[in-house]
Design a protein around this ligand. Structure first.
Ligand code: TYD
Length: 221
């Protein structure tokens, strides 16, 4: 087969790739870097994120930043309401953005997905219920878990210097890290989840992630 045909087939192939990690793990930075690297290799790439920029995701972001609260000063939305909103946003985002992009043969790089709900909402609610409300969300072809210890993540958030969101207190982040590990153990036999050392230099993380993505693209082509 000529080189030209191999390239043409690579370009037409879609895949659903998810980036996960604690706040400060570098998922957003790496999603952008990976999109550039894959684009340079001739792939069509769609970078997106959850909570999404759609109507339900926008509501979730308002809840996370304290713009959307219970009435009469009763505080933030309850954890279960929030878990349902994350799950609803996920299905809406799949239907509105992810599935159409995959159908066009694009590589979708999604910053956070079901594993975030299992880790974050699962650190405050029964994990089995969080699994259940996310059961209809399709499985990614590959999830890259950028692993950093809670202290490194906290340091990076401090440098970033924006106002703390709902889940960013240190003790909560340690619980979330434990739930990430538990959820990865539960799911590792039924889907492809790869841990990458997120404490490495930024270029090394990108290179490791790229190698995993190329492997998945190679297998399914
Ligand atoms: P965002 O500002 O996008 O964080 P970052 O850019 O650091 O990833 O806010 C997303 C927050 O929402 C983040 O703290 C993780 C949390 N989250 C959940 O709790 N459950 C979920 O299902 C998802 C997708 C995100």
């Amino acid at each position: 087969m000529s080189v030209r045909r191999v390239r043409a087939r690579a370009v037409s192939h879609g895949a659903f790739i998810v980036l996960e990690g604690l706040d400060g793990a570098g998922t957003t930075t790496q999603a952008e870097r990976l999109a550039r690297a894959l684009g340079d290799r001739g792939h069509r790439v769609r970078v997106t994120r959850q909570p999404s920029d759609g109507p339900i995701g926008t509501m979730v972001r308002q809840a996370l930043t304290g713009r959307l609260v219970l009435p009469n000063g009763a505080g933030p939305l309850t954890e279960d309401t929030l878990a349902l909103l994350f799950a609803a946003d996920r299905l809406d985002h799949l239907a509105a953005v992810i599935e159409p992009a995959l159908a066009r043969g694009e590589i979708v790089l999604c910053d956070r997905y079901v594993l975030s709900s299992l880790a974050y909402q699962g650190s405050a609610l029964p994990p089995a219920w969080v699994e259940q409300i996310n059961a209809r969300a399709r499985r990614p072809d590959l999830t890259l878990f950028l692993e950093v210890d809670a202290r490194t993540a906290a340091r990076r958030r401090a440098v970033r210097g924006h106002d703390a969101e709902l889940f960013e207190a240190d003790e909560r982040q340690r619980r979330i890290a434990r739930q990430y590990r538990a959820a990865i153990r539960r799911r590792a036999s039924s889907e492809r989840i790869v841990r990458i050392d997120g404490g490495q230099p930024i270029e090394a993380v990108t290179a490791a992630a790229l190698a995993e993505i190329e492997r998945v693209l190679g297998v399914s082509r």
